[in-house]
Ligand binder design. Sequence first.
Ligand SMILES: [Zn+2]
Length: 121
Amino acid sequence: MLDGIDLDVTPLHKILLDALSDKKIFLLSTNADKQFEKAGLSTDQIFCTQGDYFHIQCRKGCHEKTYAAVDLFRKMDAARENCMIPSELVPKCPVCGVPMDMNLRKDQYFVQDEDWYAAEE
Ligand SMILES: [Zn+2]
């Protein structure tokens, strides 16, 4: 289990890490669902350049900070009715007030926070 997410690791990611088990590795990945962490690689050995599905950011990228969102997603899921969630559960940027978005590199507003720069270094 990772950050409260209990999805299974894919066999491919486990096979890749097993094949490299005798090597000292640092992984640069575009994977956004933490498959390599689920397969057993430490977070300090991974640089996910494109963000992930576990953090949110300001939709307009007004400040360089991301927020862990798994607990929020669980609340949304528990409150979901007919594929809709209560409006009050839609997260708003604490700085500018626009709705939050996934921290994924999909437009010019992608946030690279201090953890992103540390991993890049
Ligand atoms: Zn904002």
